[in-house]
Ligand binder design. Structure first.
Ligand code: SF4
Ligand code: FES
Length: 373
């Protein structure tokens, strides 16, 4: 099973030679957010707090052009995401198109609506890998978090994915209402036959920030989760790959968001807006570029938005002189903006940030889950 693009199919070499605009790196991944529509109502949703109307979604033809231009730009991996991408009836057509261009295709789904017929069509189109979101190991708790009776349908979807012999990653967003059950969640993922389990703490911007009081675990919960994650590695590490993403609000270390701004990935929203990360639409500045008016290569190499925080020259102190600046890129621009009002500020998740104290009220007080109680 191929879990990553193996270099066998791409027809275009990954090289900076001839790149317009000079030293900008080539993008590897495209996050294709096919739709913001979704039957679930998770409190940590990555959809924008304000979303564009459904009627403005890119057409099948426009998405095919996006894929063509992404491949010309050097993109090797396409992550079909949302919202719930299965709600797009043209999903299999787009997967097939990406495959004909030589790209590795990944589907990120809740599993709701992933019927036997849909999965057959996706398999025939050549989907390479499926990431299935799971909210909890127990049905009532999982359904409460999702805001929908979805858990049993996810179990059924996992069975279909396994029977189709497709690589399966189980994604779990961790928060106050499920983090104490990490070991049970890992056992559940192993029972589903996962090849990979991703346990990632909630990111607190957009909906996550709005629901932070309900979602934020206590420091004790985070400590126990770290111990449980080590146990899970020991117990299941030989049968599935396990990734545990720590909560940056507690570690004092910011995450290397997107592996650097405009460095490795780009995202295209359902209406064609092109962003360096899924949350960047909220940042102040000129309107974000769109595939309806510009080619992807122009946007990647020449747009003000992609240039704004590329590299390290934009960094303020203390990042500017920090030896970790090439490793974490100063953290997350969107989190910096949401917490300080300045997207160029050092991410407050960093213990060296002058704004680090802004995290304290959120992390020192034991939070009582409101929405999920
Ligand atoms: Fe990273 Fe900046 Fe903090 Fe250094 S000061 S660790 S570069 S966020
Ligand atoms: Fe936008 Fe981190 S989510 S830079």
């Amino acid at each position: 099973r191929r879990l990553l693009a193996d270099g066998g199919r791409p027809a275009v070499a990954q090289t900076c030679a001839g790149a317009p605009g000079g030293p900008a790196p080539l993008p590897i991944g495209l996050v294709a957010e096919l739709t913001y529509r979704c039957p679930l109502r998770c409190g940590y949703c990555s959809n924008p707090v304000q979303i564009d109307p459904v009627r403005d979604e890119l057409t099948t033809g426009e998405w095919r052009t996006v894929l063509d231009q992404a491949r010309e730009l050097g993109v090797l991996q396409v992550h079909f995401s949302g919202g719930e991408p299965v709600l797009r009836p043209d999903l299999a057509d787009l997967v097939a198109h990406a495959r004909t261009l030589g790209m590795y295709t990944n589907l990120i789904t809740s599993g709701v609506g992933l019927s036997h017929g849909r999965l057959d069509r996706l398999g025939a189109a050549g989907i390479d890998h499926v990431q299935l979101s799971v909210q909890h190991a127990d049905t009532p708790a999982a359904d409460a978090i999702a805001g929908l009776r979805a858990h049993e349908r996810k179990i059924a979807a996992a069975g279909l994915i396994r029977r189709a012999d497709l690589p399966l990653t189980i994604n779990v967003v961790l928060h106050a209402a499920n983090v104490d059950r990490l070991a049970d969640i890992a056992a559940f993922a192993a029972d589903l036959g996962a090849d990979r389990l991703e346990l990632a703490h909630t990111q607190y911007y957009g909906w996550g920030l709005r629901n932070r009081a309900a979602l934020m675990p206590t420091a004790d919960q985070v400590r126990r989760a770290g111990v449980a994650a080590a146990g899970v590695h020991e117990r299941y590490g030989h049968e599935m790959e396990i990734v545990y993403v720590e909560p940056d609000h507690f570690t004092g270390r910011p995450k290397p968001c997107m592996n650097g701004w405009g460095a490795r990935q780009l995202a295209v929203t359902p209406t064609g807006v092109v962003l360096p990360c899924l949350a960047a639409q909220q940042l102040p500045g000129p309107p974000a570029p769109t595939v309806r008016r510009q080619r992807l290569a122009d946007i990647w190499y020449r747009s003000e938005l992609f240039e704004r925080y590329r590299g390290t020259a934009w960094m303020p102190s203390p990042c500017r002189d920090c030896e970790l600046r090439e490793l974490d890129f100063g953290g997350c621009r969107c989190q910096a903006f949401q917490l300080t009002g300045d997207a160029a500020a050092t991410d407050p998740a960093c213990s060296l940030s002058p704004h680090h104290g802004l995290l304290e009220p959120a992390t020192r007080t034991p939070m009582i889950p409101r929405r999920y109680a």
